[in-house]
Design a binder for this molecule. Structure first.
Ligand code: ADP
Ligand code: MG
Length: 249
């Protein structure tokens, strides 16, 4: 008996990956006779508790985005299980996965993925519209999020007119619109100049300090050091390092 509080208590586990493998058919199998594709993730187990800010570090091609996409239900493992917020993400239907993404997770990407035909405000409102939220309430929350993220004055602007840092702030507001228990970010500072990147780093740290659970994929060690409470490192689809991070608060 180990006496320590474990990540096995379901009430204390937001993300639970059990022995997850991911292979792509017909991948690079050089040197492996008769291999069924290359293992992008190999037998990976990982638990994340509410309130953690987990940074996933690792070189390009190590499987970081694949891991995030499995958590988001955008991709499925070849073996193993993915449970988030009590839901089996790896076995749900496409419809259920879409609903899951809408209600339980917010996603932020390197290139923002904002819709340029919509204003910043309408981009932020979109997830609420898709979820059928009451309009007045949603408009109120969207305005408050833009304000909190420091881009309220750009509410009526189209993303193309905003700086990279401002666009990423709008993207974060959109990701938070439906109050997701989990925020997933894939290289969120990868396309930003250093001042904007510092800005987004501070923002992620602040959100986590307010209790937001975050999984942050990056190959930028300084980003991990600035906002993560825990860091794992992937090499060739395996966790080679897993340790708490001392966040400067
Ligand atoms: P990272 O985000 O760490 O750079 P990825 O998770 O994007 O790594 O990719 C890990 C590996 O999986 C890479 O070698 C990549 O080429 C491969 N890969 C990713 N997606 C696919 C796909 N749809 N088909 C085949 N191989 C893929
Ligand atoms: Mg990636």
């Amino acid at each position: 008996m180990s006496g320590r509080p474990t990540g096995d208590d379901p009430a204390r586990t937001l993300i639970d990956l059990k022995e997850v493998s991911k292979r792509y058919e017909g991948g690079d199998t050089a040197g492996t006779a008769g291999g069924a594709g290359r293992a992008v993730l190999g037998d990976l187990s990982l638990q994340v508790r509410p309130g953690e800010a987990l940074a996933v570090l690792g070189p390009s091609g190590s499987g970081k985005s694949t891991l995030l996409n499995l958590m988001a239900g955008l991709d499925r493992p070849t073996a193993g299980s993915v449970t988030v917020d009590g839901l089996r993400v790896d076995t749900m239907s496409e419809t259920a996965a879409a609903r899951y993404r809408r209600s339980r997770i917010g996603m932020v990407f390197q290139f923002f993925h904002l819709l340029d035909d919509l204003t910043a405000l309408d981009n932020v409102l979109l997830p609420a519209r898709l979820a059928g939220a009451p309009r007045a309430e949603a408009a109120d929350r969207a305005a408050r999020l833009l304000d909190r993220l420091g881009v309220a004055r750009h509410a009526a602007a189209h993303p193309g007119r905003l700086s990279g840092g401002e666009r990423q702030r709008v993207a974060v507001a959109r990701a938070l619109m439906n109050r997701p228990p989990l925020l997933l970010a894939d290289e969120p500072t990868g396309a930003l100049d250093s001042a904007s990147a510092a800005d987004v780093r501070a923002l992620l740290r602040e959100l986590n300090a307010d209790g937001q659970t975050i999984v942050l994929v990056t190959h930028d060690l300084s980003l991990a050091e600035a906002c993560a409470t825990r860091t794992i490192e992937l090499v060739d689809g395996r966790i080679v390092h897993d340790a708490p991070t001392a966040v400067a608060r």
